[in-house]
Design a binder for this molecule. Structure first.
Ligand code: ADP
Ligand code: MG
Length: 639
């Protein structure tokens, strides 16, 4: 049942990425082989699993392997596996399109990135995989037959916009990818991919740990007495040793790096490698990596997470979520458990006590590794926190057991330093003698928070305030409560009294002011009752006329907005308007109220003061046009 070859256009995104590959900007072309071998290895893993789950699949799994078949005359290289193979639909879906989340974003960023190196880095985050063949080939032919299916599929493309696809009668089960190689670089036989020596080198370098044999036929000259003849021998190019099972001391840095690239599809080196083994009642080995940069889908909902799970060297599943909590979703690696059944399913894993115990240990180890980097004042800590801090902070809410450990490795913007973030320990060291709280202010951006009126008295008294501007900050500060016995206290919530306690004179002055302003405050409270629940005097302002604060248990405006954005109904929170009695505007309003009571002008003033306080903290005014017109009228009169 052989059908006519059909010509199909690549999906638009795929075409754009192919363009980049064809006109390769990546200097290290050798890596195409790593990608193809990695795909073949995945296909063998999948076949093993499939045959394990479905005994009737009826496939031969006696000798799973990968073969490299160079052909000097035809200048081709074929990478062949007898793995799971692909159906025709799968070829179209997997090879003709790019279904990965975040691709659109990648392309947008690529368009903005001119420099080749940076573009390469971006591509690396997506692991172009199969398409990288077009770095070295001007035509690629793929013949594949899915395990259990009768017919096979032949796919071919020059990488320039279209591919042909046809159903063919016969092909061995598995996949063969044939690269029609571009002309070899004359000066550079090291990159001639028809040379067995070149191929042997590349496999050793990039794919030695692959757990299936990578074989190649090599010619050898044998001399027997007078006659010499050539014999063909099959050589296995990789050692197949599972890296994680080897003693740490025997594994080289470069081996770790290549392994990381194999499992993560990242082109950049990892930031840190964690190799651990647990012996005793429940035995396992883990090889974890912290990447050096965040993936683009770090904050996308359907992003993959988790590490690979092996049982006794046998690959079981990709993205085992039960071994790594969501807030550490960027951690990559392999966990090999000795005492699990090969039959484990995701459902079983969820409830398995051993898995939970392993997860606990892995999390502790990742957090303590970061702490070590931080304690050593290693620059890598800054990189880590810059890339992943926002995700890690989610753990403050979702993983109460590790709250303390996460706070230990966290860094925050602070008024103490415009450039560098501070840890909580450093903050505590700088605290004033009588200071009991860790002060913070949340908000949408550093500049908004830093210039908020709430900050005035703190700046005046030289008290450090943490500037929390990640959306997640709104969530954890309430949940966490304290660090090292010091309470987290928002400077935009509750009463703040920074006056020195034994300053009797200041105390009397305040009492007097409260009396003087009592009438104005209660009138304003009534006038603005739709917007605020109270109007009172402030001790946190030095130069602004007013600011808005919440009660200790109130939701912040940012949090309110976040809940709305997520589609949740939340009641509008009324906050408190605080006035600065020392500000001329506020003083004038009091005088006016005492002299001729409330009139239209004073009502407008009250509205203006409230509106300005909202603007000053970077909040949203309900009717901006009305506020502007009030202000314009005032200015016109004043001119
Ligand atoms: P990735 O490996 O990151 O998924 P690739 O571009 O390397 O991306 O491959 C795309 C998909 O094509 C793979 O996920 C796999 O489903 C399929 N594929 C590629 N090569 C093979 C192969 N040799 N055997 C079976 N499927 C393959
Ligand atoms: Mg791949």
């Amino acid at each position: 049942m052989s059908s006519q070859a059909e010509t199909v256009e690549f999906q638009a995104e795929a075409r754009q990425l192919l363009q980049l590959m064809v006109h390769s900007i990546y200097s290290n072309k050798d890596t195409f082989l790593r990608e193809l071998i990695s795909n073949a290895s995945d296909a063998l893993d999948k076949l093993r699993l499939a045959s394990f789950r479905d005994k009737d699949l009826g496939v031969d799994i006696s000798d799973p392997h990968i073969r490299l078949e160079p052909d000097v005359e035809r200048r081709t290289l074929t990478v062949r596996d007898n793995g799971i193979g692909m159906s025709r639909e799968e070829v179209v879906d997997l090879i003709g399109t790019i279904a990965k989340s975040g691709t659109a974003e990648l392309l947008r960023e690529l368009k903005q990135t001119q420099a080749g190196a940076a573009a390469q880095e971006l591509i690396g985050q997506f692991g172009l995989g199969f398409y990288s063949s077009f770095m070295v080939a001007d035509k690629v032919t793929l013949v594949t037959r899915r395990a259990g299916e009768e017919t096979a599929t032949r796919w071919e493309s020059t990488g320039e916009g279209t591919y042909t696809i046809e159903t063919i009668d016969k092909a061995p089960q598995g996949t063969a990818v044939t690269l029609h190689l571009k002309a070899a670089d004359d000066e550079d036989s090291l990159h001639d991919y028809t040379r067995t020596g070149t191929l042997r080198e590349i496999v050793k370098r990039y794919s030695d740990f692959i757990s299936w044999p990578v074989r190649m036929d090599v010619q050898r000259t044998v001399t027997e007495g007078e006659t010499t003849r050539t014999v063909t021998e099959t050589e296995t190019l990789n050692s197949m040793k599972a890296l994680w099972a080897r003693p740490k001391a025997e594994v080289g840095e470069d081996e770790y790096r290549e392994f990381y690239k194999h499992i993560s599809h990242d082109w950049a080196d990892p930031l840190e490698t964690i190799h651990m083994r647990a012996e005793g009642t429940f035995e396992y080995q883990a090889l974890l990596f912290i990447p050096s940069h965040a993936p683009m889908d770090l904050f996308m909902r359907d992003a993959k997470r988790g590490v690979q799970l092996y049982v006794k060297r046998v690959f079981i599943m990709e993205d085992c979520e039960d071994l790594m909590p969501e807030y550490l979703r960027f951690v990559k690696g392999v966990v090999d458990a000795q005492d699990l059944s090969l039959n484990v399913s995701r459902e079983i894993l969820q409830k398995d006590r051993h898995i939970q115990m392993m997860r606990k240990r892995l999390v502790k180890r990742v957090l303590s590794t970061v702490k070590e980097m931080r304690d050593a004042e290693d620059d890598r800590y800054r990189t880590f926190w810059g890339q992943f801090g926002q995700a890690v902070k989610e753990g403050l809410v979702s993983d109460p057991d590790n709250q303390e450990a996460i706070l230990e490795i966290a860094s925050f913007d602070s008024t103490a330093d415009a450039e560098r973030q501070t840890t909580l320990r450093q903050y505590i060291e700088r605290m004033k003698d009588d200071q009991e709280n860790i002060y913070y202010l949340t908000g949408p951006s550093r500049s908004k928070v830093e210039n908020s009126p709430h900050m005035e008295a703190f700046r005046d008294k030289g008290i450090e305030v943490l500037l929390l501007t990640d959306p997640v900050d709104e969530m954890w500060v309430d949940a966490v409560g304290e660090f090292d016995g010091k309470r987290f206290q928002s400077i935009a919530k509750g009463q703040v009294d920074l006056s020195e306690e034994d300053d009797a004179q200041e105390g009397t002055e305040r009492a007097q002011q409260r009396e003087d302003f009592a009438d104005l405050l209660s009138w304003m409270g009534t006038t603005l009752q739709d917007d605020v629940k109270e109007v009172r005097l402030s001790s946190r302002l030095t130069s602004s006329p007013a600011c808005i604060v919440g009660d200790a248990q109130d939701m912040t405006p940012t949090l309110e907005k976040m809940y709305r954005a997520m589609g949740q109904e939340v009641p509008r929170v009324k906050r408190i308007l605080e006035l600065n009695p020392d500000h001329p505007l506020v003083g004038e309003m009091r005088r006016a109220y005492q002299e001729h009571g409330a009139d239209e002008g004073l009502t407008e003033s009250a509205e203006l003061v409230y509106g300005m306080a909202l603007l000053a903290e970077g909040g949203e005014v309900r009717e901006p046009a009305r506020l502007v017109s009030l202000m314009a009228n005032r200015l016109a009169r004043a001119l």
